[in-house]
Design a protein around this ligand. Structure first.
Ligand code: GLU
Length: 477
């Protein structure tokens, strides 16, 4: 088999959408799994909506996700350029070929007139197909229109009959050419139409597998006709299911954050997002092991085993996976990633320890400031504290802890652990349960019923602050 070449082809008209990131991921996983090439092609043929800043943002987000490419606008390759706006000459050359073969014709219809016909058809419940007005113009008729200053577009002459192709995930797909209609391949300004540029690029860039969302299936029918007309071999097609919101409609703003950037900013890890997006339509061979690194995904991924059923976005599952990756990741990296989320504390000498103390609680890095509040906000005397003193020995526990803190060294979490252990032993002998011993301490020190392990709290607050908080608590009950 020839070298596998796949492409991800975003239009730079917005930030990278989760659904597009999933398409990029499937292409990347497949390419990396089989040792093929990943190509990034920027589909910027819409000059009004395409912006260089979106191109930049998409590339940044892809790299953040770990989805790199071998050829692309920033990486010279044998098929450059990789931006459609720079490939106009290639489209023109191919369009000329189709005109010569009689497979494309000039269309002088006014865009406004076409728009009105389209509206009318839709209002009548019909498919808005081109009516073929310019399909058989004579040379004379064309000349007249040209003389009147009309600039033509170029349309592909869709042959009658069925259009049939094989899709790796859908099997045999058949469309009637009657639902396609002659479509534009060059606009009147000479720019290439969407379907035409995609096919010319896929063919001239040697793309072997086209992996994209199933919303492109109808376009693929057009593409197949164009590949055949241009006498290029068909690539393998694989149209994956779409990403849907919980109500079963295409994932959109209504369902919450949709761009990779928003997830990145609220503290999701790239490896958790790629893990989650992969699992949405694919089950790893060992189904019990869902928490997978990018490398493990590459190793296990099989394109043909993508599920056809639609994928419902489940934030709960993503949160769970993100939490799992937070607990698995290299700790130094976690601390570095945590810093921007807690800039007010990041120069604290015990910042690492703070992060260690809350690591098991985190679903996403954006929750860090909330969990770190125990170290910053002085505890309020809440109803919990009152509750802590509903049994009489609680006061004794606090007094004993203060006295122990005054006497003992508190250089490390380990020392804090030992100190608290001794208190625990002492009061266990007096008949208290561990919960009854530690709960009042936690409540007075933090004002909250749960949070990081107590030794961390005591060590990070330090001797002075722990004693101060415990004394203050005592004075208020
Ligand atoms: N630029 C198209 C899109 O963003 C991709 C088309 C394709 O993958 O063929 O939907």
């Amino acid at each position: 088999m020839n070298e596998v070449r796949v492409r991800f082809a975003p239009s730079p008209t917005g930030n990278l959408h989760l659904g597009s990131a999933r398409t990029a991921l499937f292409n990347w996983l497949f390419a990396r799994h089989v040792g093929g090439k990943m190509i990034l092609r920027i589909e910027d043929t819409d000059p009004e909506r395409s912006l260089p800043e979106y191109e930049k943002a998409i590339m940044e987000d892809l790299l953040w996700l770990g989805l790199d490419w071998d050829e692309g606008p920033d990486k010279e390759g044998p098929y450059s350029p990789y931006r459609q706006s720079q490939r106009r000459h290639i489209y023109l050359q191919h369009a000329r070929k189709l005109v010569e073969k009689g497979m494309a014709y000039f269309c002088y219809c006014d865009p406004q007139e076409l728009e009105e016909k389209k509206k009318k058809a839709l209002a009548e419940g019909k498919m808005p197909l081109y009516d073929g007005k310019c399909r058989n113009l004579t040379g004379k008729e064309r000349q007249k229109l040209e003389n009147a200053g009309k600039k033509p577009a170029l349309r592909f002459r869709v042959p009658p009959g069925a259009i049939e192709f094989h899709d790796l995930l859908h099997g045999k797909v058949i469309f009637s050419s009657q639902v396609i209609g002659d479509f534009i391949i060059l606009r009147s300004d000479g720019s290439a139409g969407f379907n035409f540029s995609v096919v010319v690029d896929d063919a001239t860039m040697g793309i072997t597998h086209v992996i994209r969302g199933e919303d492109h299936l109808t376009n693929t029918a057009r593409h197949v006709l164009l590949f055949q007309a241009l006498e290029y071999p068909l690539p393998v097609f694989a149209h994956h299911s779409l990403l849907l919101g919980t109500d079963g409609t295409k994932m959109s703003k209504r369902h919450g954050a949709t761009s990779v950037r928003e997830y990145r900013e609220s503290g999701y890890l790239p490896e958790a997002l790629t893990n989650y997006l992969a699992l949405l339509s694919w089950s790893p061979p060992n189904q019990g092991e869902e928490v997978l690194s990018r490398e493990e995904l590459v190793e296990q991924f099989e394109l043909a085993s993508l599920s056809r059923s639609s994928s419902i976005f489940d934030i709960g599952k993503l949160n769970w996976l993100n939490g799992q990756h937070i607990r698995r990741m290299d700790f130094t990296r976690l601390v570095e990633m945590a810093r921007p989320f807690a800039s007010h504390l990041s120069s604290h000498p015990l910042f690492d320890e703070m992060i260690m103390s809350i690591r098991d609680n985190l679903d996403k890095l954006g929750e860090i400031p909330h969990y770190l509040e125990v170290y910053t906000a002085p505890p309020e005397i809440t109803p919990y504290v009152k509750e802590a003193f509903t049994f009489k020995e609680a006061k004794e526990v606090v007094i004993a802890t203060i006295s122990s803190l005054e006497r003992k060294s508190l250089e490390s979490v380990e020392e804090a652990k030992v100190l608290l252990q001794e208190i625990s032993e002492e009061f266990k002998e007096k008949g208290l349960k561990p919960r009854e011993i530690f709960r009042p301490l936690r409540l007075i020190l933090t004002g909250k019923p749960s949070g990081p392990p107590l030794p961390y709290i005591v060590h990070i607050l330090g001797k002075e602050e722990s004693i101060r908080r415990l004394r203050q608590g005592l004075s208020q009950v």
